[in-house]
Structure formats: structure tokens, C-alpha cells
Design a protein around this ligand. Structure first.
Ligand code: MLT
Length: 263
């Protein structure tokens, strides 16, 4: 794991392999370790970059509040540091929100998009209120409450019943999360832009992936988003919830690998 000062923070990142660059953007409230199996798989043919968003994993938290455009600026700064002009951007859930934000600000730097278990719409008022309450609770009580609520929501029933190691890995990542970083990300997500205006304008190759047991971004909703993007490819991963790359790694890697071979 390497570190570099980008904007106002220390960003922890990995840069493995060579070839067409692909950047993987992690979900909330996890970190870049969720992509370990993708780093191993794809670094034989691609240059694979992962990093911890500000306030997660081994990246530092900023003192000021975070926004999704700041996540996008951190990615742009990291690409500058690595001398990468354009990359395939793969974002899962909150990583997808950051991918939309990056696309809005730095469209010329996106060669292809992979959007997993995410949505283009902004939060509803109710979801926004829930995030502010959760941010207060994480600031006062830490992230332990988050573990109990998030693990069953992030994982599909199949994983919860038959793959205890995946649940343990997800718990461990949430335990690593920094309370202030989590609170700032909750507020950043609550205040994020609606990105539906971008969907009709995306003209690079797009792959959209969702787990069939995803409770947070249900397949129907993700499929509707895919229909608004010309020429996007839509894939459902069976027996997976919100984290298909961890829950059904083999199938996920095959879908992404097929897409990468054609872009
Ligand atoms: C995530 O997995 O990143 C979160 O579910 C995103 C969200 O809370 O909207």
C-alpha cells in the first residue's frame, strides 16, 4: 500500500500491473480491500488502481466536510500523480456515486464505466434525514452500531447463510472505518447531486452490474437506470447481494473481464 498527499489529505492507494488502466471505487462504509480479488485477477492484463476514499481505510480524513465532487477531485489528483490520462472507472454503490461525480467533472478522463449496485438518483428526503441521524450517532457512539445494521443489508441471503467468511471480512472493514470519515461520507451522500441528467449523455462503453439479492439497490431499479444509458450492457449476478464482487467473485470477474476485453 502506498500513500500520497492529494489535495488536503493523505491518500492510501495500490497501483498494480500494467496495460489499460482500471480504477475500482469502493462502497460505504468499506475500503479498497473489498477489491482484493479484482486486483489479483485483473493486474495480469491491466494496470489496476484502488484507493481508500478520504476518511476510510488508511486515507486520512479532512477537517472540512467531504463532498462527492471532492472524492472525484481526489481521484483526478491520484491519476495525475500516476501520470494516467484516461481510465476505466468501476464504482460500486457509493463508488458509483463518485464515478458519476468524476464523469461530470472529468468526462475526458473516462474511457469506460462499470457501475455496480448503484443509482443515479439523489436521496429522498427520508433517506437524507436518516443519513444525518446516522452521522450524529456515529460521531457520538462510534461505528459499532453500523456493523450490526450494515452487514445484513450489504450481503445477500445466500451469502449470509453459506459464506460466513465474507461476512467476517465485511465486518473487519467496517471496524477499520474512521467515525469522522464515515459521518462525512454520510453527509456527502445525503447532499449529492442527482445524476440522472448524465445518463443520456454517456457515450463511452458502460457495463452495469447488480446482485439479484441486492436489498439496497434492487435489480429492478438498476435495470431502469441501465435502460436510460445507450448501449449499456446490463448483467445480474445470481446469489449475490450488494457486494457481488466479494459474494460471487468468479462470476463477477468473468463479467468484468469480458467487458474489458471489448473496450
Ligand atoms: C454503499 O454501499 O456504498 C451504500 O449502500 C451507498 C448508500 O448508502 O447509498
Amino acid at each position: 500500500m502506498k500513500k500520497v498527499k492529494i489535495n488536503d489529505i493523505e491518500l492510501a492507494y495500490r497501483d498494480e500491473g500494467s496495460g489499460q488502466p482500471i480504477v475500482f471505487l469502493h462502497a460505504f462504509p468499506l475500503n479498497q480491500m473489498m477489491w482484493d480479488k479484482q486486483v489479483t485477477e485483473f493486474s495480469s492484463n491491466n494496470r489496476v488502481i484502488t484507493f481508500d476514499f478520504r476518511g476510510f481505510g488508511n486515507s486520512s480524513s479532512a477537517k472540512a466536510k467531504s463532498t462527492l465532487p471532492m472524492f472525484a477531485d481526489d481521484l483526478a489528483g491520484l491519476l495525475d500523480h500516476l501520470k494516467i490520462e484516461r481510465a476505466t472507472i468501476c464504482g460500486l454503490s457509493m463508488g458509483g456515486y463518485a464515478a458519476f461525480s468524476f464523469f461530470r467533472k472529468y468526462v475526458g478522463r473516462v474511457s469506460a464505466l462499470i457501475l455496480c449496485d448503484t443509482r443515479a438518483t439523489a436521496d429522498t428526503d427520508e433517506a437524507r434525514r436518516g443519513r444525518y441521524e446516522l452521522a450524529d450517532s456515529v460521531r457520538s457512539k462510534g461505528t459499532s452500531a453500523l456493523i450490526e445494521t450494515m452487514v445484513p443489508r450489504l450481503l445477500g441471503e445466500t451469502t449470509l447463510q453459506s459464506l460466513p467468511q465474507i461476512a467476517a471480512d465485511v465486518r473487519a472493514m467496517i471496524e477499520m472505518a474512521q467515525p469522522e470519515g464515515v459521518a462525512q461520507a454520510l453527509i456527502a451522500m445525503a447532499e449529492r447531486n442527482d445524476s440522472t441528467d448524465l445518463l443520456g449523455r454517456i457515450d463511452c462503453p458502460v457495463l452495469i452490474v447488480v446482485g439479484n439479492e441486492d436489498k439496497l439497490t434492487p435489480p429492478d431499479e438498476v435495470e431502469t437506470m441501465s435502460k436510460a444509458i445507450d448501449l449499456s450492457k446490463f448483467e445480474v449476478v445470481s446469489n449475490a447481494g450488494h457486494l457481488p464482487n466479494m459474494e460471487q467473485t468468479g462470476i463477477f470477474n468473468q463479467i468484468v473481464g469480458d467487458f474489458l476485453r471489448h473496450v
